[in-house]
Design a protein around this ligand. Structure first.
Ligand SMILES: [Zn+2]
Ligand SMILES: [Zn+2]
Length: 342
């Protein structure tokens, strides 16, 4: 089968074609695996983190890609949920141990044995992949394959952060940073919590205008003081300054959720401005978001079908994966990028 393969981490400024087209054997489904004939795989920022070594693959060569949609081609001997021809999606969560305390509570995103699709196991930049049947998702009919793929990542993680923000309908929510995940959160909130007011903090005026268009009640710069205190805030920025600003805007007893794999060190000094009475006193909480559990993916994809959230798509052939990744890095973004394998 054709696959775009990463052989080693590299600097994308120097190496403009990090992935190589290779001919790999089609994997064989074992036990509870399904073999999926891939039709589409979304292109995500996380692939840039993998290629440049910020979240490196656990082995090489690796087939990247964790927003996969395709059809079951073959099933392992103990598969019961799917049959050949069924449409499935595969997300960032590839597998977990299934028996630890976290796994038994449906918090398998925190499992020590958590494995990620396209980082710890071959992912979707290929014609075929295998996955355990319990880690594949049914895709609602309203989406075609290309529309469904981008929902499997940013949407699911956004859903998890909203869940962790722990707000009730009518309480105020803040969104610090307004990228793909945050704008999906805003759409979810409008549907799930119609009486909740959303306040958006973003550096660019374009993003602020877009937020207001999508139904935010107020939009300001990242360090602005919001006109009302916020019961929950979701931060998706890579910086520290917005964290301190968000804690000022947080209501007593409120929760700040940090949805970022890592924070940059550049403005870490800003944390010295942290003032206990202003930023933390009276039971303000800070929580990070890690990975996604299966519930997040399946609940979000069904919610997206109800709302509905239909992403704008820009398609590339598999062989143009490098081009798609470089455009993503250079922020040439016209809709969610997906590799079309059909
Ligand atoms: Zn992703
Ligand atoms: Zn586990």
């Amino acid at each position: 089968m054709k696959a775009m393969v990463l052989n080693d981490i590299c600097d994308l400024k120097k190496n403009r074609s990090p992935l190589q087209l290779k001919d790999l054997p089609v994997p064989t489904p074992r036990e509870k695996d399904i073999l999926v004939k891939i039709s589409v795989c979304g292109v995500c920022h996380t692939e840039l983190d993998e290629i440049e070594g910020r979240t490196p693959p656990s082995r090489f060569p690796m087939v990247l890609g964790h927003q996969v949609v395709g059809r079951v081609q073959e099933t392992g001997p103990h598969v019961s949920r799917y049959k050949a021809g069924d449409r499935v999606g595969i997300a960032w969560i590839y597998s977990a141990c299934g028996s630890c305390t976290f796994c038994r509570q449906g918090r398998e995103n925190l499992c020590k044995a958590f494995r990620a699709t396209g980082r710890d196991a071959h992912g979707g930049y290929a014609e075929y992949m295998t996955v355990l049947e319990d880690f594949a998702f049914k895709i609602p009919d309203v989406f075609n394959d290309s529309q469904a793929a981008p929902l499997l990542c940013a949407g699911a993680i956004g859903y998890r952060s909203l869940r962790l923000a722990n707000i009730k309908d009518g309480q105020n929510l803040g969104l610090t940073g307004f990228g793909a995940s945050a704008h999906l959160v805003l759409k979810m909130v409008r549907h799930k919590y119609p009486d909740t007011k959303v306040f958006v903090f973003a550096r660019s005026e374009k993003e602020r205008d877009f937020a207001l268009e999508l139904g935010a009640i107020w939009a300001g710069d990242t360090e602005d003081i919001s006109p009302e205190k916020l019961d929950g805030i979701i931060d998706t920025t890579p910086a520290w300054k917005p964290v301190v600003a968000a804690l000022s805007n947080l209501n007593v007893g409120g929760r700040l959720v940090i949805n970022a794999i890592r924070k940059e060190d550049r403005d870490k000094d800003y944390l010295m401005k942290l003032d206990y009475p202003e930023h933390l006193w009276l039971e303000k909480e800070i929580k990070s978001v890690a990975n996604v559990a299966r519930n997040d993916v399946s609940e979000f994809i069904n919610l997206a079908a109800q709302i509905p959230i239909i992403p704008e798509i820009q398609e590339y052939p598999l062989e143009s994966a490098n081009e798609a990744l470089l455009e993503l890095k250079d922020r040439k973004i016209r809709g969610a990028k997906v590799l079309n394998l059909s």
